[in-house]
Design a protein around this ligand. Structure first.
Ligand code: GLA
Ligand code: ZN
Length: 677
């Protein structure tokens, strides 16, 4: 790659070919060099059973290639054709309520239906056979935003087969699922039902009588869709051994365990649609999560809106400068592509009001076209300066879909404790401290990190206890919280004191815990401040750990809430209460202090900063200003401002405009990457 690919989803099959001329003219103007093509074209490329027609897709691909644009070519299987749902009704899904769906919407195929699997794979095979070798194609895009779930008979059968694989015998399965409870012992595999509203659930997907069953179904469903992805990828590989294959993820998307998928993607990519314009930290976290899927390798920002979304009840406009700032934020966190949904607005159906680079009128004087063009020019200027860069993180946050699933479907202690909220609160404190961090799975190699934060690590598995222990033993710092070390991989409680296998590391024991409504506060005195703790209060009994925070009210006033255990030359912090942001910040700053990890803008409000280290050893520091008034920052090192060419010296004061971005390449090179990358 010569520069960061820039462009996005392009669906010209929706409008007349005369309009394509305009499209490409505007792309030229805006510096758009990459088009994601064919994401929902199955109905077009296979208009009837056994009939394939690639003529339109041919013209789209030929035109893009002739114009010198790169193509991310989709297999088009994100929605099945209407005729298929009619000829083979088994391709539609059965939902959580047990309702068999008919044709409609998209992302609508049962992942287990043999006819869907066969025909989707065949489509991928034919597309690859037809277009492989076209030098314009830089990536394959399989399906689209895999997600949801199906509870049909094919999925039930698939689940049973998956369970045989996982558990080996009914006896092992009965043990894992704890089926002596409520007379559930299974004596035949065919007695097993998918857990949904007709079987184990009430109120919804988080309320189940058997957490172990639902947990396995979530894993199975994630694997079933992964099998769809892999089928298509294998079919592509029959014609194209090299071009990277991906699918677009959705960030913190609960139904699919992206860690289980990651090894099968050649690079990770995701669609960034934050809930609001106050989500800078959340987006930072999500970028880091996606980068963590492939061991820190660069990912693609596959979609973002240039202006507005359409699917929300209320769809606010991105303010001037925000699209640029958020695009650079993605790059700052490891993106090697900046792509939009979408290049031209649909005329009809549910996304006609969705933002696009080109609106319905085709006008080029719009703010969106101007901002997109300005960013296009900047990306051109930057060239390859950040491509392949890695994040030199010394801090890791553990993120675990199993813990997320298990925690939130647990009956007790509190439905108000949400996994993402806990993770994001700890992340926010790290983000405010300006540290480069990795978000890693619980299976990750932790040897390169000085600080490992494991929020709400409900489930402990995969030898994690030993790896966390080793971090502290060699002088690192581990931070853990309430509701950790509670269950094993089957969601069965450990037959030991809480926090189970982690008790030794944290040097504490928890016999009792209290959960209260969100309005209730039990203050925790900690490090000279009083933190308003809410939702969950574990009564922490030190067993070797030192007490740093204590509850201030109720019958457990004076009881430990926050402790630190000395382990080898390092430390393990345990936070037993739902501390407020100030309390969490205090703990996080304590954890970072021995390692000197505060970023240069740790206390500059709304300024975010990250570093990428390029394959040639050059270091680029991104400084991103999320505030809407100018601010000034001190330059931390000598270097070159890559967007203006200005030479900057350490100690210089620079004014950042509202939503301003500074990209500084350090003068001196560092030869090798830190071991975490
Ligand atoms: C998703 C899809 C796109 C489009 C956008 C709209 O990310 O992948 O096809 O629907 O949402 O925001
Ligand atoms: Zn199904």
């Amino acid at each position: 790659m010569r520069k960061i690919p820039y462009g996005g989803d392009y669906n010209p099959e929706q409008w007349p070919e005369q309009v394509w001329d305009d499209d490409h003219r505007i792309f030229e103007l805006a510096g758009i060099d990459t088009l994601t093509v064919g994401v929902f074209t199955w109905g077009l490329t296979q208009p009837a059973p056994g009939v394939y027609d690639f003529s339109t897709l041919d013209r789209i691909v030929e035109r893009a290639a002739a114009e010198g644009r790169q193509i991310c070519l989709a297999t088009g299987t994100g929605a099945h054709p209407a005729w298929l749902a009619r000829s083979n009704p088994e391709v539609t899904r059965t939902d959580f309520e047990g309702r068999k769906h008919r044709f409609g919407q998209r992302h609508n195929s049962c992942p287990s239906a043999p006819v869907f699997r066969r025909l989707a794979t065949e489509m991928a095979r034919r597309i690859a056979a037809r277009y492989a070798g076209n030098p314009a194609i830089v990536a394959w895009h399989v399906g689209n935003e895999y997600g949801g779930a199906c509870y049909c008979e094919f999925c039930a059968a698939g689940f049973r087969a998956w369970l045989r694989q996982r558990h080996g015998s009914l006896e092992a399965l009965n043990t894992a699922w704890y089926t002596t409870f409520w007379s559930h012992t299974f004596t035949d595999w065919d007695e097993i039902e998918p857990p949904n509203a007709l079987t184990e659930h009430w109120r919804g997907p988080d309320h189940t009588a058997f957490q172990g069953i639902t947990l396995d179904y979530l894993r199975f469903m994630s694997d079933a869709m992964l099998a769809n992805f892999r089928d298509e990828k294998d079919a592509i590989r029959e014609s194209d051994p090299d071009t990277p294959v991906t699918t677009n993820f959705m960030g913190m998307y609960k139904p699919i365990d992206y860690h289980r998928w990651a090894p099968h993607l050649d690079f990770a990519s995701w669609d960034n649609y934050p809930p609001d314009d106050r989500s800078a930290a959340r987006m930072a976290f999500t970028h880091d999560l996606i980068r963590g899927l492939k061991d820190g390798a660069p990912f693609w920002l596959m979609e973002q809106t240039p202006s507005v979304t359409a699917c929300r009840d209320v769809n606010p406009l991105k303010r001037p400068g925000i699209m640029r700032l958020w695009s650079w934020q993605a790059v700052a966190h490891g993106a090697d592509a900046v792509l939009f949904f979408q290049m031209r607005a649909s005329r009809g159906a549910s996304e006609k009001y969705h933002g696009a680079v080109i609106g319905h009128s085709g006008r080029t004087g719009t703010r969106v076209v101007k901002e997109v063009s300005a960013l296009g020019a900047e990306l051109e200027l930057l060239g390859s300066a950040t491509l392949g860069g890695r994040t030199p993180a010394r801090v890791a946050i553990l993120f675990d879909w199993d813990s997320w699933w298990a925690l939130e479907m647990s009956d007790g202690p509190s439905r108000l404790v949400r996994y993402q909220d806990v993770v994001l609160r700890y992340h926010r404190a790290l983000w405010d401290a300006g540290v480069d961090l990795d978000v890693v799975p619980v299976t990750a190699d932790l040897t390169g990190y000085d600080v490992v934060v494991a929020p709400a690590l409900h489930m402990v598995k995969d030898g994690l206890t030993e790896r966390l222990g080793a971090v502290a033993a060699r002088g690192g710092t581990v931070v853990g919280t309430f509701l950790s070390g509670r269950v094993d991989e089957n969601d069965n409680a450990f037959l030991m004191d809480v926090p189970g296998p982690l008790a030794h590391l944290f040097g504490v024991r928890v016999d009792e815990w209290d959960a209260r409504e969100a309005t209730y506060v039990n203050p925790v005195a900690i490090g000279g401040l009083v933190s308003d703790a809410r939702l969950l209060f574990e009564l922490v009994i030190p067993e070797g750990a030192d007490v740093f925070g204590t509850y201030q009210s109720d019958f457990y006033a004076g009881t430990a809430a926050v402790t630190r255990n000395d382990v080898g030359t390092g430390h393990a912090w345990y936070v037993g209460a739902g501390l407020d942001a100030a309390g969490v910040t205090w703990v996080i700053r304590q954890a970072l202090a021995p390692h000197g990890l505060l970023g240069p803008y740790a206390d500059v409000a709304e300024v975010e900063s990250t570093t990428r280290v390029m394959p040639d050893g050059s270091r680029v520091r991104f400084v991103l200003h999320h505030g809407d008034r100018p601010t000034s920052v001190v330059i931390p090192m000598d270097g070159e401002d890559l967007l203006t060419g200005a030479a900057l010296t350490a100690g210089d004061k620079v004014t950042l405009d509202a939503h301003g971005v500074l990209i500084l390449r350090a003068q001196s090179r560092q030869n090798s990457l830190p071991s975490t990358s």
